[in-house]
Structures are given as C-alpha cells and as structure tokens.
Design a protein around this ligand. Structure first.
Ligand code: HEM
Length: 475
C-alpha cells in the first residue's frame, strides 16, 4: 500500500527559492471614475484588481465605456484569429499613437493595412532577419567595448544604455550607411517623444474631438519635427544613391522599403509611407526591445544561478558563427522570454467590437472595448504556476511547447502580430549574451524598482546598476 502510494506520487524535487520581482499589489475593489482617470494617466498597471488575475473574463463599465478584459486563451484566439474581423484596433489606441505614425503599418486599417503588411512581410522573413545578425552583433560588441573602458564599479543607468544599443541596431539595419546625425541626439529625441506620447491624455479618454489641443502633445511637437526632418534627409540621400548606382546601395531596411512592392498589385510605398514606417520601426522596435533587455538584466541581477548559466552559455557560443547565435543561445532566450512574461514591454492591447459576439460565456455588445492585457494574462492564476516568480525554466525546451499560444502574448497574435518579433528576439538574445559574458551587473543598493506603463513598460526613473567586469581577457 505504502509502496503503491510512493510510486504514484514521488516526492517532488525541492523547488529552488524563486525570486519574486516588484509589481503593484492588485486592488481589492475597482477604483471610481476619477481614481481610474488619475491612475490611468500615471501608471495603468495599478488599476487592475485581484479579480482580473483570477477570472477568464471581466465585464465592466468604465470611463472608457463598456469594457471586457479577456484572459481566456480560447476567447483571445477568437478575438485575434477566428473572429478577428469583428475586432478592430480601437480609436483610443490610434489617437494615442496617431501623429507621426499615422501612415505606418502599426496604425493603418482595412485595405491599406492588408496591402502594407503584404508589402513589408518579405523584410522580416527568417532569412532576411538572419542577415541582420551581423549588424546586431557589431552593435553589441561596440557597446561591450565602450563599457570595458569604464572604471570598475561605475554606476550606470541601464535603461538609456539599452535604448542606445537598440537604436544603434536599428540604425545599422535600417540605415546601414549611418544616421547622418549624432545618434545621441536621436536617442534623446526618441525617448522624449515616446515618453510624452505614451502618457494617456484625459481628453483622449473622454473622446474630445481631435482639434482640442492635448495637454501632453506640446512637448512632442519639437521631437516629432526633429525626427521627420532627420528621416527625410536620410531618405533623400538614399534615393540619390539608388538613382546613381543601384548596386552600390546597401541591402538594408531602407533600400528594401524603397524597393518594396505589394505582391498582388505591384504598387510600391509612397514617400509618406516609407517615412511613417521608418518611424514605426524605430518607435515600435527600439524602446520595446530596450525594455525587454533592461528587465532581463534586472532579473538576472537577482539570480546568481541564471547569471552563471547565461555567462557559461555565452562563453561557449559567442565567437562562433553569428547566424547560429539565436538558435544556440537557448537559456539566454528562455530568460528573455521569462522577462517579457513578467514585464511585457507592450503591457496591454485593445480592440473595438464592431458587432456583437460571445466570449468566454459572456455576451459582447457592439462597441465594447475588448482589452487583452499582457500584464494580467502573463500573471494570471488560472494560467501560470507561481505567476509572480522569476523562473526561466518555463521557457526551456520541453516546457516551452506546453505554454498555450494564447496565454503568452508579448508580440500579440493573429494577422496584426508583431512583424518584428523574430528580429527583436534575435537582437535581444545577442545583446544579452554579450553583456552576460563580459560583465556582472548589480542593482544600486537600496534602490526600489517600480514598473510603470507608458506606451511601453519600463522601470520608473531608470535602472541604476553597478558595472563590474566578469572576464578580464576581453577588450
Ligand atoms: C520586445 C520587442 C517588441 C515587442 C514586445 C513588440 C510588441 C508588439 C505587439 C504586442 C504588437 C501588436 C499590437 C496589437 O496587436 O495591438 C506589435 C506590432 C507591431 N510591431 Fe512590435 N514589438 C517588438 C519589437 C518590434 C520591432 C523590432 C519592430 C520592427 C523593427 C516592430 C514592429 C511592429 C509593427 C510594425 C507592428 C504592427 C503590425 C501590424 O499591425 O501589422 N516591433 N508589436
């Protein structure tokens, strides 16, 4: 009898002590309308209640109108795939992102979107993405060299450092012949632009007409002007080069954009669309990847085990064939994926129901705002074991395949899934491996880390870390 019982339920292996990183404590009850407005503006992830993390779907009425917060994988599949034509990118999202990205893939709708997606898809095939590994590796090596020059024990703010390197990668892959301007100036303007743009304006929430000036748009104007002018100059330079000698033009994203044609109609992108998509790639691809890296390094600073595992993996893999890095850096990728589970750079997505539907046993009325929040989904008690714990083993081969496709959505899903997902995973893995091989980063003692949701999820006030060399033989 005893033997049988033992065979049926072997003593589980002792669980290692897992780190539980900082997150706002979910509320017991929802905030009132004014409280919601205030917190939405300051930090939307602080509006979630305990019930959101425990229920497959929650219906409610809020300042945003009728809202359904959906965390049931089958219902999410219905929203993004099976009945996706019933769920359009909502006007709130388009208003917040609107301005400079208006004609870009992230924002356009309907036939324009379908045509742009077909036109841009060849730029993100596995083969094209693999061709960007070299530029990514060069950017990671340059960053390492720069840091190796710094004195031992220097205090750095990791967030802008990661923003800088991801912008460098985009620079090398979009405009491989250079930004033509001071990259530092570009990074500052990008950060300022998305910082102000990313804060929800009360006038947007209340659906005021477009012509009412938005409180927080004033600061974006000059950043936007800077961007548009810089990008325009680069496009013009490249067009002249292509006209003079096509073969001399680098095969980077800019040339691909200028040559791209819709495979169905043969029509290319207008100059405005090329510009908007460059801004879109920078906007959608730079801070998101930077934040994923920032959070991953923060989490690693709290786990000696994973730090050692990644450093050993990087020692073994780096300096081999660059094209194989993304496949061989298995544990590095697991840490990055776990970091994006706990701190999803895009913390929530929303869609407007154009007609009625049923989701997870609830009636969805026309015009309901359907919210799928990665912040909630990735920490949902029905979907994850010990959701608040940092445990990259979830994403190692053998376990990774068991995760429901619609329970983990850092890059979204369905037709509008992130076009840059594999680009950014490759980039994140390569940069993380280089940094883990060369350095040990520890959080500034006593610093309190707080996640805050702007457009992307970032550590409030940056991430001060102490930089030390791990390998003395590099650089
Ligand atoms: C860690 C990095 C990244 C994250 C977490 C991320 C996340 C996302 C998510 C969640 C969406 C879907 C939004 C929705 O359905 O409402 C999306 C769309 C998009 N992303 Fe990314 N992204 C990342 C990197 C990139 C990169 C590197 C690029 C380009 C170089 C990029 C370009 C885009 C574009 C153009 C779309 C719109 C696609 C469409 O509507 O057809 N992203 N991204």
């Amino acid at each position: 009898m005893n033997d049988f019982a033992l065979e049926q339920s072997p003593t589980p292996a002792p669980r290692p002590l897992l780190y539980r990183p900082p997150a706002p404590v979910p509320l017991d009850t929802p905030l009132g309308p004014f409280g919601t407005m205030r917190v939405l503006r300051q930090n939307p992830i602080e509006t979630w209640t305990k019930a959101h993390f425990q229920n497959p779907i929650l219906m409610g009425q809020s300042v945003l109108g009728r809202v359904a917060v959906v965390s049931d994988p089958a219902a999410i599949r219905r929203v993004f795939i099976d009945n996706s034509t019933n769920y359009l990118k909502d006007s709130l999202q388009r208003r917040v992102l609107g301005e400079g990205l208006k004609e870009g893939l992230l924002v356009v709708q309907g036939a324009d979107w379908r045509s742009q997606r077909r036109t841009l898809a060849p730029m993100f095939t596995p083969r094209t993405v693999a061709s960007f590994a070299r530029g990514t590796d060069d950017a990671a090596r340059d960053l390492t060299t720069r840091w190796l020059r710094w004195r031992e024990g220097r205090l750095i703010d990791l967030q802008p450092e990661m923003a800088r390197v991801t912008l460098d990668v985009l620079g090398r892959t979009i405009f491989s012949d250079g930004l033509g301007r001071n990259p530092e100036e570009f990074t500052t303007a990008t950060s300022r632009y998305f910082m102000t743009l990313g804060r929800l304006d009360p006038f947007d929430i209340l659906d005021f007409p477009e012509w009412v000036p938005r409180l927080n748009r004033v600061g974006t104007r000059s950043a936007l002007n800077f961007f548009e002018k810089a990008v325009q100059e680069i496009i013009e330079r490249r067009k002249r080069l292509i006209a003079q000698d096509k073969a001399a033009a680098p095969r980077d994203l800019l040339t691909l954009l200028l040559e791209a044609q819709d495979p169905e109609t043969g029509v290319g992108l207008s100059e405005g669309e090329v510009r908007a998509n460059i801004l879109t790639f920078i906007g959608a691809g730079h801070e998101t990847t930077a934040n994923a890296l920032t959070w991953a390094i923060f989490l690693l600073s709290m786990s000696e085990e994973w730090r050692n595992r990644l450093a050993a993996e990087a020692d073994a893999v780096l300096d081999g064939a660059v094209e194989d890095y993304a496949d061989r850096l298995v544990e590095t990728k697991a840490v990055l994926e776990e970091a994006m589970r706990l701190y999803p750079p895009v913390a929530s997505m929303s869609r407007q129901a154009v007609g009625p539907d049923d989701l997870a046993g609830k009636r969805i009325r026309q015009d309901t705002l359907v919210i799928v929040s990665q912040w909630v989904l990735h920490r949902h008690h029905l979907l994850w074991d010990d959701p608040g714990a940092f445990d990259p083993r979830r994403f190692l081969p053998g376990a990774r395949e068991k995760i429901d496709r619609f329970a983990y959505l850092p890059f979204g899903a369905g037709p509008r899934v992130c076009i840059g997902a594999s680009f950014s995973l490759q980039e994140g893995v390569i940069i993380l491996a280089h940094l883990m091989r060369a350095f040990t980063l520890t959080l500034k003692p006593g610093y309190e880390v707080k996640p805050v949701q702007r457009i992307t999820l970032r550590p409030d006030g940056g991430l001060p870390m102490i930089l030390r060399r791990r390998r003395r033989d590099l650089g």
